[in-house]
Design a protein around this ligand. Structure first.
Ligand SMILES: Cc1cc2nc3c(=O)[nH]c(=O)nc-3n(C[C@H](O)[C@H](O)[C@H](O)COP(=O)(O)OP(=O)(O)OC[C@H]3O[C@@H](n4cnc5c(N)ncnc54)[C@H](O)[C@@H]3O)c2cc1C
Length: 384
């Protein structure tokens, strides 16, 4: 088998791999290896496609704010359709959850992004909400639906246009040190590269083990989604996304129908996640309790993995224990909305540059995301 030479090999062609590969392909010879026959088959193709600046940990919110400009005003020629369509995200609380809603609305970067609503105002925005269930709500006005496919394909096209390569049906099965770089092997090809980027989604710790690199404790969690009919004659397409303040369920308009989720987080091995009947029934039950919706038939259902490390913030940077091995993992439930900033940050760090100023001014800090934080906490735990 002959050996191909590249500057950077990216493992995984989901949204994370695509975003960093497109950025790096401007100056580097980049090859993206994807195990499946087409990119986006795992988490990237299974999301709820929300852009929200008040969702997730503090570093996630900073990354989301820093991604906004790209999503709303992408570079000339990047895509030929809009990436986002504005849609409010309404967080609702029952009487028992009012304190929780108060605490959420008081967070310093949440407060300026939301408008508080009475129960009547919430029902005016989404007519099926039950007046005897919803006690209060808060709506984020700057949130949006993301066309994930448009965004993902935009980056994959850019990779090719910039001289990079995407190889599908190419599962990385071996990773070994080769001089100052890495030898990356699939059953059919081998590539020598200075840098390997681990953008393997739920499999990122599996890739680390293959390479003999210390893992980061990634936990894939299954989340379920289903599509049901919207009520006849409703203006459902104009509804906001409705999210239980404890994320016990959410629903949103989806191409003339409704997408429901029970907000489940069931620990899983990395795999082709499948929906569970119990989770589907739970979603229907919770949404029917809060609304007048009557679900008679599930049109379609699916599940995907949201992969988190302990502090629920992503892991971006070179492994402290393996030169040239770069982490881009742990995006959890936010990997779509943060991808523009994550791709730009990862590109800068791979090239040995500081985090770009246009990310830093939104509060993005490479330090918060560094892979070393796990080594440090391990060392502290061992010392204590
Ligand atoms: C139900 C659900 C709802 C969500 N909602 C949202 C939302 O509203 N907003 C948001 O921003 N995010 C959301 N997310 C999260 C988002 O989808 C993920 O954070 C994001 O897609 C992760 O992208 P990724 O590229 O890291 O992973 P993936 O898309 O899983 O890509 C990783 C790729 O690596 C490949 N790979 C693995 N091992 C190998 C190997 N050995 N060799 C080669 N290739 C390999 C896999 O085949 C896969 O294609 C949601 C997720 C789910 C499941």
């Amino acid at each position: 088998m002959s050996t191909t030479i590249a500057d950077v090999v990216v493992i995984g062609a989901g949204i994370a791999g695509a975003s960093v590969a497109a950025a790096l392909a401007q100056t580097q010879k980049v090859i993206v290896l994807e195990r499946e026959a087409f990119p986006g088959m795992h988490s990237t193709g299974r999301s709820a496609a929300l852009f929200s600046e008040i969702y997730g940990s503090v570093p996630i919110r900073a990354l989301s704010r820093a991604s906004r400009n790209f999503l709303y005003s992408p570079p000339e020629g990047f895509v030929d359709a809009p990436i986002v369509r504005p849609r409010g995200a309404m967080h609702i609380a029952s009487a028992a959850q009012l304190a929780r809603l108060e605490a959420f609305c008081a967070l310093p970067d949440v407060a300026p992004a939301i408008r508080r609503l009475t129960a009547a105002e919430a029902s005016a925005q989404c007519s099926v909400l039950r007046g005897d269930y919803v006690a209060a709500a808060a709506v984020e006005t700057g949130s949006a639906d993301v066309d994930v496919d448009v965004l993902h394909q935009g980056w994959l096209r850019q990779v090719k246009a910039r001289g990079g390569e995407l190889v599908v049906n190419a599962e990385v099965v071996r990773l070994s040190r080769q001089g100052s770089g890495w030898l990356v092997e699939t059953p059919d090809i081998q590539i020598e590269a200075k840098v390997v980027i681990n953008a393997a989604g739920a499999w990122a710790d599996v890739i680390a083990r293959l390479a003999g690199v210390r893992t980061v404790g990634l936990q894939p969690n299954r989340r379920t989604a289903l599509i049901v009919a919207a009520p006849d004659g409703s203006n459902s397409d104009e509804w906001p996304m409705v999210i239980d303040v404890d994320e016990q369920f959410y629903f949103r308009p989806d191409a003339g129908a409704l997408l429901l989720s029970p907000g489940d987080e069931t620990p899983s091995e990395p795999c082709d996640a499948q929906p569970d009947e119990w989770d589907i029934a739970t979603a229907v039950d919770r949404v029917q309790t809060a609304t007048t919706l009557e679900v008679h038939r599930i049109r379609r259902s699916w599940a995907g993995l949201r992969s988190f490390v302990a502090d629920r913030s992503p892991v971006v940077g070179f492994a402290p224990d393996a030169p040239g091995f770069f982490w881009l993992a742990g995006q959890g439930g936010y990997g779509i909305q943060t991808a523009p900033a994550m791709g730009a940050l990862a590109c800068a760090l791979v090239l040995g540059e500081p985090a770009p100023d246009d990310l830093v001014r939104f509060g993005v800090s490479a330090y918060d995301l560094r892979p070393d934080r796990f080594t440090e906490s391990l060392a502290t735990a061992q010392r204590d």
